[in-house]
Design a protein. Sequence first.
Length: 117
Amino acid sequence: MLKKAVLRRKSDFSTIYDKGKSVGERYIVLFFKQNNLPYNRIAFLASKKVGKSVARNRARRLMKESYRELKESQSIKAEGYDFIFIARNTINNLKCADVKKSIEAAMKKAGVFEKKV
């Protein structure tokens, strides 16, 4: 992931939470908003409700890998979005394939995902 493609500033997060939309799935919550840039910006979060630091880091790694696989194998329809993926505490002890399905379903609900033809 490129450095410019990572959300970092508090103002960006606040804007997405306040003016963006959200979609919930079994293992993740997706917040998204258009950013009028030619690329997507992404953040992966796991709160202390997920567990101790080892569990939180694993949750973030699972989400990052799942997003990377989806980006390579599928076409994420739209460019120019900000995405915040938040892990739910149900993400513990899961495989990457389960998280990938959850991310795919959330992005379909959001309307920014479409399989390549």
